[in-house]
Design a protein around this ligand. Structure first.
Ligand SMILES: NC(=O)C1=CN([C@@H]2O[C@H](COP(=O)(O)OP(=O)(O)OC[C@H]3O[C@@H](n4cnc5c(N)ncnc54)[C@H](O)[C@@H]3O)[C@@H](O)[C@H]2O)C=CC1
Ligand SMILES: N[C@@H](CC=O)C(=O)O
Ligand code: NA
Length: 430
């Protein structure tokens, strides 16, 4: 074995504490695989005295994590603080500038500053590793960056947020209320420090932009992701979806073709026969279609202490072995920049839920708007009283271009018969 890999840990929350535990429990095999001892030299977090359920006495405590970057007795800084900017970014920059390896689980930082950080890493010949940042414990960064590297990939999509999947599937199976299940996901350590990043789809979009870059060899384009979360999904949608043969899932989709780079995160209806319909709880799944390998399906735990720590320590093992290359699919200057592709031309089926007044003529008005916009209806359900005195009218369209649905909704805008905002979800058709 060569000399120890000297590690500093910045951030000792869910993931940081998990990393300390994993190294302790699996030390022998981790060190055999890294071909050298792993030595945690120093740690930093906001609160020194917090009980983390682990013995930290062997590690030097540092108040300012950025000072870790300048130290000669540290080889790798592990950034587990979180946040796209602030202390996490200051630490990442200082670490790479000093030529040290950086391991991070911070998808928000990578989505916003990944190219800059990758360039710094390349300039210094330093490692920038981030397996934990996308789909937690699933080795999907390794899978796309290395395993599928010989393929042209046309589409990559999946369930990228454990908190949302936990909420949707718990609502589906146990009929519990959204807020109650969100609080449970927070207690279990799945949610971001600000959980609106989870439920508004932003966290999934951060991850999708990273996956798209790896899959297509394009520059990260977080700004180009169209984002919708799950706030407006009601228990009724989950129940209607079930009746119609679907499950509701928050899905991120990225596709590269002659139209450009299409990236979208949104609640979708997955047909019950689709593998994503069977991804439950905090599990994540990623599907990628390669031109030689065919369909790859990665599934596993996308959030939580153990799975995320597993990914962080795998990166440390790679660094211990000296195995790393460009942070993304290829050196930064080789990544292409594709223009964002518009959604309007995309063709697919759509689920629409309207809350309508319970009076004659409503159905006729709705179906006329659909007809005039060229949207044909595959199935229609009208049932039940809602809290605001209306009834739900749910339809699934045949395949239509998205702009036709937008046109139909515009025709109905302002109608006295429609109470509240219609709910729209796309049907997953990959
Ligand atoms: N919790 C999860 O399941 C997963 C989290 N991640 C990512 O891992 C990172 C950490 O997440 P968690 O452990 O869940 O967060 P957390 O909120 O549990 O822990 C954050 C840690 O950073 C420390 N910290 C905050 N500001 C600091 C500062 N200025 N200086 C030093 N330490 C500071 C806090 O004291 C705390 O120990 C985030 O980037 C998150 O997005 C990635 C995958 C899964
Ligand atoms: N908040 C995230 C944690 C992992 O990235 C999630 O819920 O998936
Ligand atoms: Na991962």
């Amino acid at each position: 074995m060569s000399g120890p890999l000297r590690v500093a840990l910045a951030g000792l929350g869910t993931v940081g504490a998990g990393v300390v535990k994993l190294i302790e429990v699996n030390r022998t095999l981790v060190e055999r695989r890294a071909a050298r001892p792993i030595q945690v030299v120093a740690v930093s977090a906001r609160d020194r005295n917090r009980d983390r359920g682990i013995d930290m006495s062997a590690f030097e405590w540092v108040d300012d994590p950025v000072t870790l970057a300048a130290r000669d007795d540290i080889d790798v800084v592990v950034e587990l603080i979180g946040g796209s900017d602030g202390p996490a970014l200051a630490l990442a920059r200082a670490t790479l500038e000093s030529g040290k390896a950086l391991v991070t689980a911070n998808k928000a930082m990578l989505a916003h500053h990944g190219i800059e950080l990758a360039r710094m890493a390349e300039a210094q010949g330093a490692a920038l590793k981030y397996e934990a940042a996308v789909a937690g414990g699933i080795p999907v960064i390794k899978g796309l960056r290395e395993g599928a590297a010989a393929n042209e990939i046309g589409v990559v999509y999946g369930i990228l947020n454990g908190t949302c999947n936990y909420i949707l599937t718990t609502m589906e199976k146990e009929g519990r209320a959204f807020n109650e299940v969100l609080e449970e996901a927070q207690r279990l350590g799945f949610a971001e420090a600000d959980p609106s990043f989870d439920i508004d789809g932003v966290d999934a979009a951060h991850k999708l932009s990273i996956l798209a870059s790896l899959a297509f060899g394009t520059r990260l384009d977080f700004e180009g992701v169209a984002i919708d979360g799950i706030r407006e999904v009601e228990a009724a949608d989950i129940a209607y979806a079930e009746t119609l043969g679907f499950k509701v899932r928050l899905v991120g989709i990225a596709q590269a073709d002659a139209n450009g780079l299409f990236q979208r995160v949104h609640a979708c209806l997955a047909p019950v026969a689709h593998p994503l319909a069977h991804v439950d709880g905090s599990l994540n799944a990623v599907v990628a279609e390669g031109n030689f390998v065919g369909r790859l399906f990665f599934q596993g735990s996308g959030a939580g202490e153990g799975p995320t720590a597993s990914a962080v320590v795998a990166d440390l093992i790679d660094i211990g072995r000296g195995e790393f290359g460009p942070a993304f699919a290829m050196p930064v200057d080789s990544l292409t920049a594709l223009p964002p592709a518009a959604a309007g031309d995309r063709v697919g089926r759509v689920y629409l839920r309207f809350t309508v007044a319970d009076r004659p003529g409503v159905l006729a008005e709705l179906t006329a708007a659909m007809r005039d916009a060229g949207v044909s209806i595959e199935s229609l359900i009208q049932r039940g009283n809602t809290e605001n005195g209306g009834v739900y009218l749910v339809m699934v369209t045949h395949e239509v271009p998205e702009r036709a649905v937008t046109d139909a909704l515009a025709r109905l805008h302002g109608s006295e018969n429609i109470l509240g905002r219609p709910m729209l979800m796309h049907i997953l058709d990959f």
